[in-house]
Design a binder for this molecule. Sequence first.
Ligand code: NOJ
Length: 731
Amino acid sequence: MLLLSSTALTLLVAAASISLVGATIDPLSWDEAYTKAEIIVSKMTVEQKVSITTGVGWQNGLCVGNTYPTTNPDFPALCLQDAPLGIRLANNVTSGVAGINAAASFDKKAIRARANYMGKEFRGKGAHVQLGPAMNFMRSPLSGRGWESGGEDPYLIGVLASETIKGIQEQGVIATAKHFLLNEQEMNRHLSSSDVDARTLHEIYLWPFARSVEAGVGSIMCSYNLANGTYACENDYLLNTVLKGELGFKGFIHSDWGATYSTAESANGGLDMTMPGDITMGSGGSFFGKNLTDAVKANQVSEDRTTDMAMRIVATWFKMKQDEGFPEVSLNSFDLENSPYVNVQEDHNILAREIASASNVLLKNVKNTLPIDPTKTKKISIIGSDAAVDPSTLNCRNHACTGGTLAQGWGSGTAYFSYLIDPLTGLTEAFGDNVQVQTSLNDWDLKEAAETAKDSDYAFVFSNSNSGEEADVAGNMGDRNNISLWHNGDNLIKAVADANKNTIVVIHSVGPVLMPWIDHPNIKAVLWPGLPGQESGYSLADIVTGKVNPSGRLPYTIAKKVEDYGAGASISKDLVIPYQEKLLVGYKWFDHAKIEPLFPFGYGLSYTKFNYSQLKVKVNASYGDNKKVVNDATVEASLSIRNGGPVEGAEIVQAYLSFPSSAGSPPKQLRGFEKILLQKGEKGVVEFKFGKTELSIYDAETESWVIPSGQFKLHIGASSRDIRKVAKFTL
Ligand code: NOJ
């Protein structure tokens, strides 16, 4: 067995104590920000108020989205820029892990640190608004943009949202929570209506946005689709009643690019800013601008409404202290070659590498095949086109192409790679000069693959599966056509496994794939780095050689066959999409239907072992008549975790709750997780606190959140299907 060297140990500890980058700002409270905004907005004419709500039109400015400035009173043009994983359409930026990987780390600190360096980079380029985080759901594993967000569980996406927003805004950059709401597929995204009942809406799809508002998010992007028959960006119920009413959102709502379809309906429906400004992208004119001013004059929209719109925008700007010396815009999104040289990367590669390894999920590891000691290795083979960068596809426009190693999906959620360390480079460097590395990068030449694999100590075989936004890549129009590996992956893996008894499979994928080869006796290990970004190869090598002990967990269920996903088994082509599965999204469906997944939600192995013991639960609640809880009950739980294995490592302890049967809730739902780093033999305590948010269900009749009375069950485990301790409590 390989023991970690002392340098290796230092690196691993560093990974677990990821810290925030550089100076951070402390955003103003909304009250303070509104007081300041009032001074400016009270001096604005209707035209001025309207102009700051209106984008200048597609490709008419330096950023992906730009607003008009005002003078006397002065308010600057705002720059809104993609993407959730880094700065899009710019050079000299860090292009790190995708949102789905941030979620797979199940590591709040790492998520915050990632957001922090991203915020710093956006600020460095003068972008006022980062168009992220994305928080749509992997309602189906096929959904094209699922990888931009955090998977299939609202609690996990909620944590991703909250930590990301705080991290970005600590750098004085406005975060955008998107896409609001029910925009779970690419197919017919401008045309289809996602129809959902009020309980599902609140408990699943709204959840991450509620956490975003609590985190102080500055802006929210409404989506292209209709929700229950009305366009999201003019949906009075969603924007006014729910977002600004129930959730008390004080920032501004702007449209997705071309998701405004009207003037008065949108303004009255709650939209505060139209993006990129023109009626349809590139067409000129605007639903806002002069049309909105005219609508005010015609009494179709009140002047108060335009005041509210302007107040929301100006207050958000003050909240992030952008009035205190915010850098000039140095982007030139549509003329990259003529953009000024501003390098914002600093040493963010270190964090990008740590987060990439922290999000790598070890799916299979027969007889501790991993980690590998390079000093005891003579020859390795590296097989598959996914192992190496293909310079011709590395930075194709919006990454909407395929070829070479996969490190992010395609579409507006991408950022160009200043460089991409591919697995071939990462592994070759890590194994060093004394280990012979032979390669076969052609996925279709199975004979060559087998020959190459045959007599090496370990054969690493790589494959991938990609998806993205809108554009057609290899016949996939954003959403995936299927969940099989691309580029002959299954045959390649089988050919290599037939030839080498120490085969290690590495998959770069946007989401679940089928694994018909999983039980092949020669496949000794399977690693799932997902979408690791620019530090792909280094972060992989850190895991392979044991410098970092894997602790990533699956943020989605990997099924044995696609039909097992139920409602998610296909992408609907219909223009009305009823979310009939209701609350049973992801693992909740698998639990309910008693379907055995191939790898469950929350799953991931480690090089060490953890023992769970001494689960204790304490209930703080008082009861009125009918034994109903009358305060905001809190339930506290604690347990001991011991690292009983051979090396230091971090465990992701997951807490799932079953609600009283009268609640009609899914069998169990994630309501907490903690990452704990323990030395070999060390014992630590993990604590959870469940409050009103975690203990309630949404009661559609009374339109309120209520804690159901009866017996709850707390399941503590290492995955949704590896429950180690259970305790009951009654409320
Ligand atoms: C459309 C995408 O849906 C959105 O996520 C993105 O921010 C805008 N385009 C701007 O590129």
